[in-house]
Design a protein around this ligand. Sequence first.
Ligand code: G6P
Length: 369
Amino acid sequence: AAIEKSGYDHFMLKEIFEQPHTIFDCLRGRLDAAAGTITMAGVQNNIEQLKNASRIIIVACGTSWHAGLVAEYVIEELCRIPVEVEYASEFRYRNPVIHKGDVIIAVSQSGETADTLVAIEKAKEQGATIFGVVNVVGSSIARISHAGAYTHAGPEIGVASTKAFTAQVVVLTMIALKIAHEKGSIDNKRFMHLLNELQEIPEKVPAALKDSEAIRKLAEKYKDAKDFLYLGRGYNFPIALEGALKLKEISYIHAEGYPAAEMKHGPIALVDETLPVVFVATKDSYHEKIVSNIQEIKARKGKVIAVITEGDEIISKMADDVIVVPAADELMAPLLSVIPLQLLAYYIGVAKGLDVDKPRNLAKSVTVE
Ligand code: G6P
């Protein structure tokens, strides 16, 4: 049957709003918080390679590369395995060092991105174990991988990836938790806590979607800006990159994502009263640090739009505009903080009268290099 927009104006909006279900589907049959188990055959069957990996190299492009960056932070934190995140197009051409004990995780929505496909073919020839995290069942990357886990997000039609991204982050987080548990690099209490936190995410996503009307108004307010800066730290740093990418793709406004503390080495020179700065600033162990980064922007008269955890009075008082998401463990925060940024990009694109489902010059799947 043809895939319909089911009442939504665009596929992108429909796919953003599907996320409570797609995240649930991604967890279903795999994560059982009450039993304390994660069932993933692809991980289980290759657990020796995964838990003994000298290194994990994540290879991807675009939004999938951002999911890989989130996974770098999560895997290193929980599994104590060094992780590199590589742009497939760079990795395939630069004669990278690959050892037999290395595990390559290829992350791809379509499973057909040419650069990612060739990168893993080369790594496979050199003896690496290839693990695919792919959305499209039976796609080229899924077939060439030794093992893998599907993201089960369903068909994604909007060119800019949304629900596939959150599904990738969920799958990669489950893989990290499973490796950590098998390896013994996480204690049982934290393991159980994180399983519960992850299981609760699908119930929290609707609360991250509920302010869409307020976000639409924000889009009206900021749609004529020439540039945007997106800043985050820790687990939310990749979300700053992803928020900026979404805006570029959909609204054609130039946007740059940056680690919040690194901005003082360059982007701070751009800050004046015309620059909107989006802070991805949910309550986590970096909170105090990001509060001072917000002060640095306000001192230079930048306009601050902050994605915050509900009840955050401190940032509410400092920011020009806030968007609230529910509280979650900081490892899971990206799954909630990315959602308002998807909506912001969407509504700015719509406010500018652009074709958000098919932005100019972009393709859903880049099968040529
Ligand atoms: C294209 C799409 C992006 C996607 C990227 C990687 O640029 O427009 O949305 O993130 O390719 O695609 P993949 O299918 O490998 O995840």
